[in-house]
Design a protein. Structure first.
Ligand code: PMP
Length: 391
């Protein structure tokens, strides 16, 4: 069919630049190793931090939910799609995050979009870290609020912006808790202090901090001892929790408001029973198996130190997300291909996901990896890195 030649032209240009991507197919469950092109390779690209995607308890809960309640829910939450299990999951998440209430959305992406677009008007200003996730950026685009961007984790830049925006009705500072491409942690104590000084609200997207940082993985806010001082915490159910969805944890007032105003919540069908029950089980596993988080951190330290000793540039990472920054988009692509040939699946990340000239391999270790696997991965990095002249 004719009509999309203009798009094909752009794709052809991307091919030339080496940034066109074929989707890589996995033929096995999401483990420490995955089957790609008929080979079992070490998985360093998934967000399955704690190995919960295939935890026996989650699988059992999902199967039982299907048996009892069926495959789907048949309605949005506000019409006929709220089952007892949806409310139970939200109560559990609120308790987990030490907040009054929580609300589940279809994904972390739509949570950010839904929250930001619901609570801000043209009388308000939203103040966002320059490296915030795309879902925050898109959520901000949906509001009529004035947009301000401060330099990444730069508190002088944030304070300057707060000083310049005193005339607005509300000011909302929004930041990732853990930055998804760099693995650094937002300086939340300083952000909260500034917010209190200038009477602003704070929203933290803790997609990569939940299940990873804080007591039993309660997240970045808890990690810094800031429970009760951050107005809005967003989390995802699709990374450490291992299933699918997003949630916001906050006050009863905010949650009630979102139930009435957040468009992705209002107009999209609720989570199927299998997803909801598996998420409930996952929160229990987090509370009952803290050793998973300890293992995640031991593995994090091992891989990060290994990469640094080899001489790779891992930026300012402090978490299980460790970027190996190479700069050039084409080189990053070649590096990723070579790693795969050497038995390691570690995706190259290029523009527009990261800035131009900041292409990288992003590694994520999980609690599932054995030290032996990580040692093999380091050997593959060494071989590929030397072959390409990166180290
Ligand atoms: N926020 C951040 C910081 C993320 O990294 C992601 C995942 N890519 C999301 C939100 C979206 O979460 P989900 O995959 O659940 O839509």
């Amino acid at each position: 069919m004719k009509g999309f030649e203009y798009l094909q032209k752009e794709l052809d240009a991307m091919q030339k630049q080496g940034i066109f991507r074929n989707l890589i197919e996995l033929k096995s469950e999401q483990g420490s190793k995955v089957m790609i092109d008929g080979r079992n390779v070490i998985q360093l690209s998934s967000n399955n931090y704690l190995g919960l995607t295939n935890h026996p308890r989650l699988k059992k809960a999902a199967l039982a939910a299907i048996e009892q309640f069926g495959a789907g829910t048949g309605s949005v939450r506000t019409i006929a799609g709220t089952f007892t299990m949806h409310n139970r999951l939200e109560e559990k998440l609120a308790k987990f995050k030490h907040t009054e209430a929580a609300l589940v959305f279809q994904s972390g992406f739509t949570t950010n979009q839904g929250v930001l677009s619901a609570i801000l008007t043209d009388e308000d200003v939203v103040i966002s870290d320059e490296l915030n996730h795309a879902s925050i950026i898109d959520g901000i685009r949906l509001t009529k609020a004035t947009r301000k961007v401060y330099q990444h984790v730069d508190m002088e830049s944030l304070e300057q912006t707060l000083k310049e925006t005193q005339e607005y009705r509300k000011r909302l500072i929004v930041t990732d808790g853990v930055f998804s491409m760099d693995g650094d942690i937002a300086p939340l104590p300083a952000i909260v202090e500034l917010a209190e000084k200038y009477d602003a609200l704070v929203m933290v997207d803790d997609a990569h901090g939940s299940g990873v940082l804080g007591e039993n993985g309660r997240g970045t806010v808890n990690h810094f001892g800031l429970d009760g001082r951050v107005h809005i915490q967003v989390g995802t159910l699709s990374k450490a929790i291992g299933v699918l969805g997003g949630y916001v944890a906050s006050t009863r007032t905010l949650i009630d408001y979102l139930i009435h105003k957040a468009r992705p919540f209002l107009f999209s069908t609720s989570h199927p029973p299998a997803v909801t029950m598996a998420c409930i089980e996952a929160v229990d596993v987090l509370l009952e198996e803290p050793e998973r988080i300890d293992k995640l951190w031991n593995n994090t330290k091992f891989l990060k130190e290994g990469l640094n000793i080899l001489g790779f540039n891992t930026g300012h990472s402090e978490t299980p997300i460790t970027p190996v920054i190479v700069g050039d988009e084409g080189l990053s692509r070649q590096f990723s291909d070579k790693l795969l040939q050497n038995g390691v699946f570690a995706q190259g990340i290029a523009f527009p996901t990261v800035a131009q000239g900041k292409a990288r391999i992003r590694t994520i270790v999980t609690a599932q990896h054995s030290q032996d696997e990580l040692q093999q991965a380091l050997k593959a990095f060494e071989n590929a890195g030397k072959e390409l002249g990166i180290i």
